[in-house]
Design a protein around this ligand. Structure first.
Ligand code: BGP
Length: 485
């Protein structure tokens, strides 16, 4: 097919996160963040997601000198970013998303003065991106809050944490004004519904009312997003500001009306954070659901004004899987973990080794739903990719035809959505180069077009090797999607 569907200036690139790539977890004055205490468990069930729920687990991890904590070393990107970016830019990409690790800038989170060495690193990184022709898409919170803000302040449930975050936002927005294309406040802001620790810095075992605390913490993040938008509009008007959601497009398990209603309710919950960021106010169903549960989120009149007056310039979205729902599973508002999703297998789809059901048509559907829900709003696909256990052959090659198929089908689905009117402005592949998995802390769950020769325990040469998919994406990106071989 021809790709005339893709507008000029369409962003083709990659997305990673500091905590999954940089390593150097205590270098240059950095403090620990919540990802740094996530332990690799060789026996993890691939369908499980690793979680932390108590202060004791954090203390144990910090004192543990025998466990493996892959995010502490990542892929060494802190030292290799120049070569890695050169290799990635070589695919004809024009955009790159990464995060600033908050704990590198404010190691405890509550300091008055930032850590100069941390800033110096991001000065170099952001300059290198610009020099390489890669538009920086910068996430400010991708599971990387200073650990002290969790253990001593109670995470995002505490309004003081919002003040600390706003201080960090003001600092970096000012410092990098004119150098960033897209500012992204939060990675998957709705994931806090299922992952209170990684997304919100909450320790579920220590909370009396997880539901209220979690929704309050998300409210604070929504305020932080509004503050980001306000700040960027003031000091960096050439850039776009907003945040990202995790798409969770669902199908009803049957034609039973109750199953369709379950999908409607799940959709409301998946999109409510986007509704607040894009439309500027909480949906009525949400206010009623809180009232019904007796939840008090502490939303003030001033909060409502801030949200109303500072709506996002764009919406970023990650897309990996679709779900199948039937009447019955509980509400995400009440959950403390991912198990609430109650997803069923889809007999029409094939899942990955980790049970993620591959569904390009679902991608088209997701983009069209967003286009309908937020007419005209620029949508940035901030993550899409296939995790698999790639094999490095003795002759030094990596044959990942399955990944080429995955991206070809998803890019075609995106092209179809664009042809139908969706205003998609970019496609960022998770992750361009192999990084550590967010959910399972494995290095061998690989998403890259560039292989990194390190295993889960950190053994290996660290060498970077082009997979077969490298050439494929090079053709697509350098032709602006005109050639989708
Ligand atoms: C998203 C996260 C990323 C990322 C990706 C793949 O939810 O924003 O950080 O890692 O999923 O997930 P995983 O690494 O768990 O396979």
């Amino acid at each position: 097919m021809t790709g005339s569907t893709f507008p000029r200036g369409f962003l083709w690139g990659f997305a990673i996160a500091a905590n999954q790539a940089e390593g150097a977890w205590l270098a240059g004055g950095k403090g620990p963040c919540q990802a740094d205490v996530m332990r690799w468990d060789p026996d993890i069930d691939p369908h499980e997601i690793a979680v932390i729920t108590s202060q004791a687990q954090i203390e144990d991890a910090l004192a543990d000198d025998s466990g493996v904590y892959p995010k502490r070393d990542g892929i060494g990107f802190y030292d290799t970013y120049e070569q890695d970016l050169e290799e990635l830019a070589g695919m004809g990409a024009n955009a790159f998303r990464t995060s600033i690790n908050w704990s590198r800038i404010f190691p405890r989170g509550d300091e008055a003065e930032p850590n100069a060495e941390g800033l110096a690193f991001y000065d170099r990184l952001i300059d290198t991106l610009n020099e390489s022709g890669l538009t920086p898409v910068i996430t400010l919170s991708h599971y990387e809050m200073p650990l002290t803000l969790i253990t001593q302040y109670g995470g995002w449930a505490n309004r003081q944490v919002l003040d600390f975050f706003n201080r960090y936002v003001d600092l970096v927005a000012e410092r990098y004004a004119g150098k960033v294309g897209y500012w992204m406040g939060f990675n998957q802001i709705n994931s806090g519904l299922m992952d209170p620790y990684l997304a919100l810095g909450l320790l579920a075992d220590e909370l009396d009312n997880v539901s209220e605390t979690k929704l309050k913490a998300i409210h604070h993040q929504l305020l932080a997003n509004a503050h980001l938008v306000q700040t960027v509009h003031r000091i960096d008007p050439g850039a776009k500001a907003g945040s990202m959601i995790l798409d969770m497009t669902a199908y009803p398990a049957s034609t039973r009306p109750g199953d369709a209603l379950a999908v409607q309710h799940a959709d409301q919950e998946v999109y409510y954070t986007a509704d607040v960021m894009v439309r500027g106010s909480y949906p009525r169903w949400f206010e009623r659901a809180c009232e019904k549960r007796g939840l008090e989120l502490g939303i003030t009149d001033a909060d409502r004004v801030l949200l109303r007056e500072n709506t996002s310039d764009y919406l970023a979205v990650s897309y990996y899987v679709t779900r199948v729902l039937q009447d019955g599973p509980g509400s995400m508002l009440d959950s403390t973990g991912w198990e609430v999703l109650g997803d069923l297998p889809n007999p029409h789809l094939v899942g990955t080794r980790w049970g993620w059901q591959i569904d390009p048509t679902g991608f088209q559907l997701a983009l069209l739903k967003l286009a309908d829900r937020y007419p005209g709003l620029p949508i940035l696909v901030a993550e899409n990719g296939l995790g698999d256990r790639d094999v490095l052959e003795p002759d030094g090659t990596v044959h990942d035809a399955y990944r080429i198929d995955y991206h070809r089908d998803h890019i075609a689905a995106m092209a179809a959505a664009i042809a139908e009117g969706a205003n998609v402005v970019g496609y960022l592949v998770w992750s361009g180069i192999d990084v550590v998995s967010a959910s399972s802390n494995e290095r061998t769950k690989r998403y890259g077009f560039v292989y990194v020769d390190l295993d889960d325990e950190g053994n290996g040469s660290g060498r970077r090797i082009r997979k077969d998919s490298y050439g494929y994406f090079q053709t697509v990106a350098s032709s602006n999607g005109a050639v989708l071989v």
